[in-house]
Design a protein around this ligand. Structure first.
Ligand code: ADP
Ligand code: MG
Length: 481
């Protein structure tokens, strides 16, 4: 190890024990000039530094050196004027040590809160505690949630400002966790140095109990009182937990007095928080209180569309409308039905249909009564295609064209595909001759029919969407698939 590397190791040990600004002032461009037996000779840029460093930091430096090499007995400080030269690179660039360290510290110290990830698009700040899908951009804004969304955005731009604390309440599954986490991520984006802590009330209570039993309240307080923004999800959980409430009260006051941002969610308004200390209730209501309301039909459809975009799937708008119409009280359920519909469609290679969505909702027990589709009735009168006309009618309906267009002469792609598919199905399911099929399709020649059937066969080898459509059609027409 070169003397300079040895010095870097010593500096790295000193770093956490000396205030940043002081560390930078007194150790910038210093180095070990030489080592003589058990003595280290440290070079400093001027006599003033020599006096100051040996006086103030002498003991610490020696300790650090001995931790690395126990043989070291003493340290001598020498003035080396060339270290004061700007261009001289003999001394250690402490600034660099500090910035490197900053990143490391962020990674370690706030392991639960935030870390910096290096990606292709540069550095990205992310947090293990914050779900990166929950951002203000991915939150669909309708008239029922415009105010909460705007308040979150305002807080993200000016944490600790006038909307402090921000209290968001609303029924289950309406986006409280999404919004509170979005505030955290957005603050991190705007203020990368801020320490954000997201915690569910349940976790907060567990940590307090844990701290009390282990007599470790100091570290608990450290964790919570030194953050720039505290996000507490589902505070109704504090009801009747007196000692936790007390700790929350003190944490709240400390952060609030230091203009640190606090965001709280709950399933009810502050005044309705039964079992909570009045002084907490009044503090919760001190800043901005906003309510998340049930999204209306249009917003629900927009949310479904957004989720489709996120999952990168295309689903017939009619099916999204059908789901939105049936799931009215809970966005989480809306999303879970959609996910199930998508999953089953991928699993069985079958495009989703109203019928399959209805079956899924019924099975998941999400809708009390399915609106817009009668499962029982459909099951009783299960449609079974018996002849070419049935197939043509059904396929036309599926592709939203008319039976006349299917058998007609229009050569647009939107018509050609369903037409070829009809010919394919009539051949495969009903076993009709090519000649006979040709007659039903505006007296086409049998070779045209053969070509159409072959075209579909070839496409089915590579076109996943067509496979799914065909499977959905076959199933609903009562053919096995
Ligand atoms: P809560 O905490 O109120 O019970 P969540 O925040 O967990 O509800 O929301 C449930 C699901 O619904 C989440 O996946 C969330 O992304 C989604 N969600 C709720 N509201 C919206 C919205 N307006 N836009 C997009 N997604 C939403
Ligand atoms: Mg929640």
């Amino acid at each position: 190890m070169s003397p300079k590397d040895f010095w870097i190791q010593i500096l790295n040990r000193l770093k956490p024990t000396i205030r940043k600004a002081h560390f930078l002032t007194w150790f910038q461009n210093t180095t070990i000039l030489r080592i003589e037996g058990s003595e280290i000779i440290v070079g400093l840029p001027s006599a003033f530094f020599q006096m100051w460093v040996s006086d103030k930091y002498g003991v610490k430096v020696l300790q650090a050196a001995q931790e690395i090499n126990p043989e070291i007995q003493s340290i001598k400080y020498e003035v080396s004027p060339k270290l004061a030269d700007k261009g001289n690179s003999e001394g250690v660039d402490v600034k660099k040590l500090l910035t490197e360290d900053d990143k490391k510290v962020r990674k370690v110290k706030n392991e639960n809160e935030v870390c910096i990830e290096k990606g292709q698009s540069g550095e990205k700040i992310c947090s293990k505690m914050l779900n990166e899908r929950y951002t203000l951009d991915t939150f669909v804004v309708g008239k029922e949630n415009r105010l909460p969304h705007a308040a979150c955005s305002a807080v993200a731009h000016m944490p600790g400002g006038i909307y402090n604390p921000l209290y968001i309440y609303g029924k289950v599954g309406l986006g409280k966790t999404h919004l509170i986490q979005a505030v955290g991520s957005e603050i991190l984006k705007n203020f990368p140095d801020h320490v954000i802590k997201y915690v569910t009330a349940e976790r907060f209570v567990t940590e307090i109990i844990d701290a009390i039993t282990k007599r470790n309240m100091v570290s608990f307080k450290e964790r919570y009182r030194h953050v720039d923004c505290l996000l507490i999800d589902d505070v109704q959980f504090f009801a009747k937990k007196d000692s936790s409430q007390q700790e929350l009260f003190h944490t709240f006051n400390e952060l609030y007095e230091n203009n640190k941002q606090i965001v709280i969610t709950s399933d009810r308004s502050p005044s309705e928080l039964d079992g909570l200390d009045d002084r907490l209730k009044s503090r919760f209501g001190m800043g901005m209180v906003v309510e998340l309301l049930l999204p209306d039909f249009e917003t629900r459809v927009a949310i479904l569309q957004k989720k489709c975009e996120e999952m990168q799937v295309l689903i017939d708008p009619e099916i999204l409308n059908f789901i939105a119409n049936n799931i009215q009280n809970n966005v989480r359920e809306l999303e879970s039905v959609l996910k199930q519909v998508v999953a089953e469609s991928q699993l069985y290679d079958k495009s989703p249909t109203i019928a399959s969505a209805a079956e899924i909702m019924k099975r998941m027990n999400k809708a009390q009564k399915i609106i817009g589709y009668d499962i029982e009735q459909k099951r009783k009168n299960a449609f079974v295609a018996r002849n070419a006309a049935d197939i043509i009618t059904f396929v036309a309906q599926y592709y939203k064209v008319t039976p006349e267009q299917i058998v007609g002469l229009d050569r647009h792609k939107e018509i050609m595909e369903p037409r070829q598919l009809c010919m394919y199905l009539i051949k495969k399911e009903l076993g009709q001759s090519y000649e006979r099929i040709g007659v039903d399709f505006s007296s086409r020649n049998h070779t045209t029919v053969i070509n159409s059937v072959m075209k579909i066969e070839n496409q089915l080898k590579k076109d996943l969407r067509l496979i799914r459509d065909l499977n959905a059609i076959r199933q609903e027409m009562g053919f096995s698939f």
